[in-house]
Design a protein around this ligand. Structure first.
Ligand code: DMJ
Length: 484
């Protein structure tokens, strides 16, 4: 039996086979169907359903899927609590843990907390808050990656504070924001890649647009929450410094020296290393209503669509070009680039968004899970791993919310089935070393709970679970509230 997601509620009537297919979610919907009064039988032995009945069953299937995702989230969290409690991340195969910097920064509890709140997992949220309250300290003599700590921890603390009102989370966010500020003390105002949380010393003068330009949402929110403009102004200065170094055709490259402002790599694309720079131009406009970001986003996306987009025989993609000339340098796409349909949709460009998500779905279905790298000109895998990434699901979520087209529910169902089939372990979920062989890797990144399972859940959950008009997600899927 085809899923009820297979057709839109816009249809007036449709026929559905009487018997189930061995799939629990669909069978549940089927058994509800069999109790219906007033249905008629079509000549082909199929039942004829009214528009109303169809929509009701599609809604039931969504509810079933949301519950199924919630159960998988619990499975992942329980594995973390059993083997990695109080550490950054679970190692799902060796049943151990990983701390990024030798000491724990409670990465998984902070990243997962707002997902728990949205899923209504109150007991688990209390346990995560207990770990954060009693064990998280940023007073550590360690060099941390400004970008990662900002999107996961600062964003996570802020979002959870907004959802719970727990002032201890805000105090931690403010402390962390102050410790990250020295990263921006470069001659150009663009941040160094690493900063020592205790001393404020910095490292890593060659950075990239994603790491330089993905602080605005978290730092801007910190200013709104504390009333201190320093965070907003510092992050904005960095973005403007980067934007003002775009090429004459409006593109940025993949590497830049934050001390000299000189580009070190002229390759321009939308994937990892540049991705969330563009994302934050759009979202800073949406979150803060700041017209400067509107202007920077519109200029940038026009250049990207003109030069980086590629209408290839295998589909619509975005590859690599020279930032100065627009000459094509490569035809690489991958899991990280699959965030772009979501950004396009959010900005109102549903045509490109839909076409690109179709290409992403093709990429996913080549091996039943997407690879981190794909040469789209011949559909050959260039980087075979799948580290439980969320982007393709994130885009399906935005597209479903903005179009109501059930094809994105069907995609979400495919992603869910693959995750459970290929990545689930006895005590969590594991990345894949190779999507072609499905060999697992000993990692369960914290963003799997922050992003992958959150977007999967929100795709199927009632819209009232989170009102997209009132929040903007940071690049780690932490929803931040729009404030005047
Ligand atoms: C996450 O940490 C964020 O989404 C980031 O922007 C990109 N990489 C991972 C997920 O793939």
């Amino acid at each position: 039996m085809r899923s009820l997601f297979a057709s839109a509620c816009l249809l007036v009537a449709l026929t559905i086979p009487v018997h189930g297919n061995g799939n629990p979610a669909r069978e549940k919907a089927s058994s509800a169907e069999s109790s219906n009064a007033g249905q008629t039988e079509a000549p082909n032995g199929r039942r004829l359903y009214s528009h109303f009945e169809f929509c009701r069953h599609a809604a039931a299937e969504k509810t079933t899927m949301a519950s199924a995702v919630r159960r998988q989230f619990l499975h992942a969290w329980n594995g973390y609590m059993r083997y990695a409690k109080g550490h950054d991340e679970l190692r799902p195969l060796s049943k151990g843990y990983k701390d990024w910097y030798g000491v724990s920064l409670e990465m998984t509890p902070v990243d997962a907390l707002d997902t728990m709140v949205l899923m209504g997992l109150h007991q688990q949220a209390d346990a995560a808050r207990e770990l954060i309250d009693n064990h998280l300290s940023f007073d550590r003599d360690i060099y941390v990656e400004n970008f990662e700590i900002n999107i996961r921890l600062l964003g996570g603390l802020e979002s959870s504070y907004e959802l719970t009102g727990d002032k201890r989370l805000l105090a931690l966010a403010r402390d962390l924001g102050n410790r990250l500020l020295p990263a921006f003390h470069s001659p150009t105002g663009m941040p160094y890649r690493f900063v020592n949380l205790e001393t404020g010393a910095v490292r890593g003068k060659v950075s990239n647009p994603a790491e330089i330009g993905s602080e605005m949402l978290e730092f801007g929110t910190l200013s709104k929450l504390t009333g201190n403009p320093i965070y907003y102004d510092t992050a904005k200065r960095a973005v403007v410094a980067l934007y003002s170094r775009r090429s004459s055709i409006g593109l940025v490259g993949a590497g830049i020296n934050v001390e000299t402002g000189q580009w070190t790599n002229p390759e321009s694309f939308i994937g990892g290393g540049i991705d969330s720079y563009y994302e934050y131009l759009l979202k800073a406009w949406l979150l803060f209503g700041d017209k400067d970001f509107e202007r920077m986003w519109k200029t940038s996306v026009a250049a990207v669509n003109k030069y980086v987009a590629d209408d290839a025989p295998t589909g619509f993609w975005y590859g690599q070009v020279n930032m100065n000339t627009g000459a094509r340098m490569g035809t690489r796409f991958g899991a990280l680039s699959a965030f772009w349909p979501g950004e396009l949709a959010l900005s109102g460009d549903l045509t490109r968004a839909r076409r690109l998500e179709d290409s992403c779905y093709k990429m996913w279905n080549l091996y039943g899970v997407e690879p981190d790298g794909l040469n789209y000109s011949n559909l050959q895998v260039t980087d075979p791993n799948y580290p439980l990434r969320p982007e393709i699901i994130e885009s399906a979520f935005y597209l479903y919310r903005l179009t109501n087209d059930p094809r994105y529910l069907r995609m979400g169902r495919t992603f869910y089935d693959s995750l459970v089939k290929y990545c689930r372990t006895g005590d969590g979920f594991a990345s894949l070393e190779d999507v072609r062989t499905k060999k697992k890797a000993d990692d369960m990144p914290s963003y799997f709970l922050a992003e992958t399972l959150k977007y999967s859940y929100l795709l199927f959950a009632p819209r009232r679970t989170l009102d997209l008009n009132r929040v903007v997600f940071n690049t780690e899927a932490h929803p931040l509230r729009k404030m005047p």
